[in-house]
Design a protein around this ligand. Structure first.
Ligand SMILES: *Cc1c(COP(=O)(O)O)cnc(C)c1O
Length: 401
């Protein structure tokens, strides 16, 4: 059957507006479309393909597990899930792990757990969840309401209650909002969708202290920042602030859908049998792949490599900006970088992304004003250099238009 981009408009719900070309194959940080055109991938499936496309080790483990056991449900446990959970606990603050299939699902679990914990330990009135403006936590109704973009949560009828939003990076405001009623504070240690916004480390430390003061749980959403993305296994390790609950997804599966919620023994106790669950969560196929992803990424050479690659990006992006004067700031950490457009190009991030596509480069945006790069953590330096040469041509074409 012949399918093309126009088939999308015929048969798909119109909630997305995908690029004109249809990718059919990928290898490392290169992708090919239906016409055989080759692209360099700086998008990484939105910070998911942490080891590029079709990494031989991941293909191997997927094939091995595919010949062994695909799915059981949580009526039974399985070896890949147990090994992955053990490795996540051994390499982080966590004592306990819960698996689901996506970022939104593990955030949903984290929020439900925080509410249960507060109810059991402090009573019904401790139900306030505080999160931050421009934050993003997924698209279920609870997570999208906790997210800080009202445009995403409005138009679906009555929203879940007990949720308040604070300005990001404003500790004074947060201190005013918090009280004994606060059940949890949920935040991204580096805001991704909101525009690649790195908070002040003192702010993150301050949030932790306020949570301690008010017996509130700190939930760090590391769905985008986690699993090596910032050059640390998790971003919290770079700011030296330990959460009570952490969520991971995206890079964790390297392209296979999985999410993990990590927490401490004491907090985990509130998810008693029957309180929450998932049919697919902890699926052996997903866990076998994620275990290999974690084994590969959680090595000092890979993590320091991320920081070296960041330096390569920053240097070249700075040069592009010296020549074309389009960015007000180049920001982010590791392989999660944002180029914020200056006033002259305000609101035109999409034009740059489309221009990049025309130069055979895949990249992302984060809001209307930021061009975002979230490539593979092991993208070869040659691909970075070639990709940025293509990006320069894209910038030149937007500037000339
Ligand atoms: C992508 C993202 C999510 C949602 O993950 P899904 O897998 O799309 O449900 C949640 N939080 C953050 C920080 C994200 O970047």
């Amino acid at each position: 059957m012949q399918v093309t981009r126009s088939t999308f408009d015929d048969v798909m719900v119109p909630n997305y507006n995908p690029a004109k070309m249809v990718p059919v194959r990928g290898e490392g940080s290169r992708v090919w479309d239906q016409e055989g055109n080759e692209y360099i991938d700086f998008a990484g499936g939105i910070a998911v393909n942490a080891l590029g496309h079709c990494h031989p080790e991941l293909v191997k483990v997927l094939q091995e597990q595919g010949n062994k056991l695909w799915h059981l449900s949580n009526v039974f446990t399985n070896e890949p899930a147990l090994r992955l959970a053990k490795k996540l606990c051994d390499s982080t603050f966590a004592d306990k792990v819960y698996f689901a299939n996506s970022g939104a699902e593990v955030n949903e679990a984290a929020l439900k757990l925080a509410r249960r914990f507060a109810l059991e330990h402090y009573g019904e009135s401790k139900d306030q969840i505080i999160s931050f403006e421009k934050g993003f936590h997924g698209r279920t109704f609870f997570t999208v309401t906790v997210g800080g973009q009202p445009a995403y949560s409005e138009g679906f009828g009555p929203k879940p209650g007990g949720i308040d939003h604070c300005e990001f990076n404003n500790l004074e405001k947060l201190a005013q909002m918090m009280s004994e009623r606060t059940c949890a504070v949920m935040m991204e240690p580096l805001q991704g969708e909101g525009g690649i916004i790195v908070p002040d480390p003192e702010f993150v430390k301050g949030v932790r202290e306020l949570c301690n003061k008010h017996n509130a749980l700190l939930i760090l959403d590391e769905v985008q920042s986690g699993v090596g993305r910032t050059g640390y296994l998790f971003a919290y390790m770079g700011v030296d602030v330990t959460p009570d609950i952490l969520t991971a997804a995206k890079s964790l599966g390297g392209g296979f859908p999985i999410g993990a919620m990590l927490t401490t023994d004491i907090v985990a106790k509130s998810l008693k049998p029957g309180t929450h669950g998932s049919t697919y969560g902890g699926n052996p196929l997903a866990c076998a792949v994620a275990e290999r992803v974690l084994d590969i990424i959680n090595q000092p050479e890979i993590l320091t490599g991320v920081l070296k690659k960041e330096a390569l990006y920053r240097e070249a992006l700075q040069k592009i900006n010296d020549k074309y004067h389009v960015f007000s700031e180049i920001r982010g950490k590791g392989m999660l970088l944002g180029c914020a457009l200056n006033e002259k190009y305000a609101g035109r991030a999409r034009d740059f992304m489309v221009a990049a596509n025309e130069q055979n480069l895949m990249c992302l945006i984060a809001g209307m004003n930021v061009i975002r790069f979230a490539p593979s953590l092991v993208i070869p330096d040659e691909d970075i250099i070639e990709g940025l040469a293509r990006f320069e041509k894209a910038v030149a074409s937007v500037v000339a238009a």
